[in-house]
Write a protein that binds this ligand. Structure first.
Ligand code: PB1
Length: 328
């Protein structure tokens, strides 16, 4: 018989003992469910690279939000797919834009559901970049300040339609301060600003770009999204957004950036979300379909990791599944 000063396994002996000492618990009310609303579909159009996710019409969006509320979910994040795209992303900030219509429809159908809107141009530009592009021969540039002007218009149009939170995902310099100033100047002081403050130029966004039809037609996003190698730059970016007035922060992607999530939460202590992106979703879905991994166990472990690393909120395409799993 070993005479040990401590036997940690005592606290792992039964299910009830393990739950008694469990440090992290998942709560459905901390989940945010992304939704794709399209002007071009009737009903639902499944997204092959994101099994279980679909582009929704306005009418099917209302049904979806009612079922989300019944499941106990509190918040959705809206992405729009307009019928028309152009270089000025005019449908991003149109009063009768698809996202503006969607906000109003959700607020009518489920008034207390928190509606967060993605503020970006990539779903609305013909070239798929997150900003205004000028081209000269085979060179191009994404114009920062001109893009911010359109992002401000987009955020204002979403606030006017009833969004509770606007979430700029573009990574242009100064957009948080510009959007906050404009929201306050136009009386939207109660609309919160959730900044994608630490967003990397990632290989894990592919399925989303299928869903939102937003892949860049040329070039890439390396001149505005961050280099995955740069943690200190991420902290500088977050500090700027906090200074400019962000109420909430997003670290994105999730799994490959748990270190960033931890450092951001430790340093800034603002409510922080992690975005469990489309590539992370597709990976597990594909492996589960091939029988190589048990989806529910892997997802619960991933969500626990996000919370352990400091996430207060989790933006995830598994939110509906988790709402059911967490009840059982
Ligand atoms: O789930 C995902 O992959 C999210 C992708 C993300 C949405 N905010 C962006 C990725 C990208 O296309 O660069 C869209 C950028 N506005």
């Amino acid at each position: 018989m070993l005479h040990l000063t401590s036997r940690p396994r005592r606290l792992r002996s039964t299910d009830k003992m393990r739950h008694l000492v469990q440090e992290i618990r998942l709560d459905v009310r901390q989940l945010i469910y992304p939704l794709f609303v399209s002007e071009k579909v009737s009903g639902r159009a499944e997204i092959p690279s994101m099994p279980g996710m679909a582009q929704l019409s306005l009418s099917s969006l209302e049904e979806e939000c009612q079922s989300l509320a019944q499941l106990g979910l509190s918040a959705v994040l809206l992405f729009g797919i307009p019928a028309q795209k152009n270089e000025s992303a005019s449908q991003a900030y149109a009063e009768d834009g698809i996202v503006q219509h969607a906000i109003r429809a959700i607020k009518l159908a489920v008034p207390d559901l928190i509606v967060i809107t993605d503020v970006c141009l990539c779903e609305y530009t013909s070239h798929g970049h997150c900003g205004v592009v000028v081209q000269e021969g085979n060179r191009y540039d994404v114009l920062n300040d001109a893009s911010v002007e359109l992002l401000v218009k987009t955020a204002i149009s979403q606030a006017a339609a009833g969004a509770d939170i606007v979430a700029p995902s573009d990574m242009m310099d100064g957009r948080v301060g510009a959007i906050r100033t404009a929201l306050d100047a136009q009386g939207y002081t109660n609309v919160a600003l959730m900044s994608y403050a630490s967003k990397f130029c990632s290989a894990f966004y592919g399925p989303f770009r299928d869903a939102a039809e937003s892949a860049p037609r040329f070039g890439d996003r390396r001149t505005y999204q961050m280099d995955p190698a740069n943690a200190l730059e991420a902290l500088r970016e977050v500090a700027l957004d906090v200074e400019e007035g962000a109420d909430l922060l997003i670290v994105k992607p999730g799994l490959p950036y748990l270190d960033i999530l931890w450092r951001v939460k430790e340093r800034f202590e603002l409510p922080t979300a992690v975005y469990n992106v489309s590539g992370e979703y597709a990976m597990i879905k594909a492996a589960a379909k091939l029988g190589w991994i048990e989806e529910k166990r892997a997802v619960m472990e991933m969500m626990t990791a996000f919370r352990r690393a400091g996430a207060d909120m989790i933006i995830t395409y598994w939110a509906k599944d988790l709402a059911v799993w967490l009840k059982s």
